[in-house]
Design a protein around this ligand. Structure first.
Ligand code: ZN
Length: 434
């Protein structure tokens, strides 16, 4: 009887303690909730701190290893505005936390610091110039150093060594990232100059949008110099205007290719009728690789392809998660294609990275005082509707000969050096383009 009473008493005490603990927890939770500015604060009211970043040290180039074997080809994929949060959002939304997307399959990865010569937060021009020349430069500059001296870019160096290069983008082809790999101008918005320099270059394949940047204003285009560069391109290059023309193109025919598949960017929501004529980034990548084989069969040493998922950045600028997801899907599929190509072709290095993060994308619990459950809140934490670039580092992923150099912490200028270190270059061999 006594034992039963003791057990009963202990049970009551345990239950009582549990109820007490729950009540205390619940009270604390309510107190936190009541004091959280949920739904009432704007981004302008968030805690923010402005600090100066001291410029105490010169740039320290990463010590690179000599790769055990050299690459013949390089595919560089740049997700504009894509950092870890964009990659994580894409992974979570489409397959959940345990799923794996294409970049997760790469054996080597690292962290890239993206600041420009004149700013902690880079623009696309400066960051792409770091990737294409190995030099920091001012924001808005393409292929020039901070003193506006012309820098030889990767595609020019490789051309002298008998390699061919292709530039692909889902934006207009004159946009900052592809432009940095071919042009030399002090303002990324000088598209008349950029497109003219593109036509005069030795790049064998340009694929993307941007027909309006090759047509004068009188013809409905955006050129201010009155020049009909589209006509000139059709004289000097093979001009492709639709995905079908690209797919049906006889790869045995000679000539450099200009594929311009939209008036401005590809998948423009204002021109839905044109979408059926537009290739995906994967379609463009596959074509440029196959097209490169033609030149290699005719004596070129290997290929370099830069493929940009341009509009990941634009989704961040306009704060649209659905737009981001669609663009990440297009980019992820191209990365997957490139990785599979490199698995089958062991002489190909694939590097995937970004130029900067855009939008300040945050991933939080849907309920800020309850971390359990599968609901996640995604929010853009730079200006609403016109988000900016941020200064957080971006990831880099690599597979193939020389991939071991893309690890640890790198400066964006190190990416250029690591790509070049993976290739056998001989500047005396000369261009293989007639
Ligand atoms: Zn960018």
């Amino acid at each position: 009887m006594k034992t039963k009473l003791i057990i009963g008493g202990v049970a009551i005490l345990v239950v009582g303690a549990a109820i007490g603990a729950w009540a205390t927890y619940s009270f604390a939770q309510n107190l936190i909730m009541e004091n959280l500015p949920i739904g009432t604060a704007s981004l302008d009211e968030k805690d923010s701190y402005i600090k100066a970043a001291p410029d105490l040290n010169p740039l320290q180039p990463k010590q690179l290893k000599v790769p055990s074997s050299k690459a013949k080809n390089v595919i560089l994929l740049i997700g504009d505005g894509m950092s870890i949060s964009q990659i994580s959002a894409y992974r979570l939304i489409n397959g959940g936390p345990n799923s794996r997307i294409s970049v997760d399959k790469f054996p080597y990865s690292g962290i890239v610091l993206t600041h420009s010569e004149n700013g902690i937060v880079t623009d696309s021009a400066s960051s792409a110039t770091a990737y294409s020349t190995g030099f920091k430069t001012n924001n808005t500059y393409l292929g020039l150093d901070a003193n506006k001296n012309t820098l030889e870019n990767l595609t020019e160096t490789l051309d002298r060594s008998g390699y061919i290069s292709s530039l692909l983008a889902t934006s207009e082809i004159t946009h900052a990232t592809p432009a940095a790999f071919v042009a030399h101008v002090d303002l990324r918005w000088k598209t008349d100059e950029i497109s003219s320099q593109m036509v005069n270059s030795n790049i064998v394949t340009f694929l993307g949008g941007g027909r309006h940047f090759f047509l004068p204003e009188e013809m409905g285009g955006k050129r201010e110099d009155g020049r009909n560069l589209l006509q000139e391109v059709s004289d000097s290059h093979v001009l492709l205007k639709t995905k079908e023309e690209m797919t049906n193109f006889d790869l045995n025919l000679p000539g450099r290719v200009f594929g311009l598949f939209a008036d401005e960017h590809i998948r423009n929501i204002e021109t839905p009728d044109n979408h059926v004529f537009e290739p995906s980034l994967t379609d463009m990548l596959e074509f440029s690789v196959n097209r490169s084989d033609y030149f290699i069969d005719n004596g070129c040493a290997g290929f370099f392809i830069m493929a940009e998922g341009s509009q990941v950045d634009w989704a961040g600028h306009v704060n649209s998660l659905d737009y981001l997801n669609n663009e990440m899907q297009d980019f992820d599929s191209a990365v997957d294609w490139a990785l599979n190509y490199a698995i089958e072709n062991s002489d190909t290095l694939v590097v995937v990275t970004a130029d900067h993060e855009t939008g300040g994308l945050l991933i939080e619990p849907a309920n800020p005082v309850d971390y359990s459950g599968d609901k996640v809140k995604f929010s853009f934490n730079t200006a609403v509707g016109r988000g900016t670039h941020t200064g957080v580092p971006v990831p880099v992923y690599a597979y193939g000969p020389g991939a071991e150099n893309f690890t640890g912490t790198l400066d964006n200028t190190d990416i250029y050096r690591a790509i070049l270190a993976s290739l056998e270059t001989d500047s005396n061999s000369g261009s293989c383009i007639n």
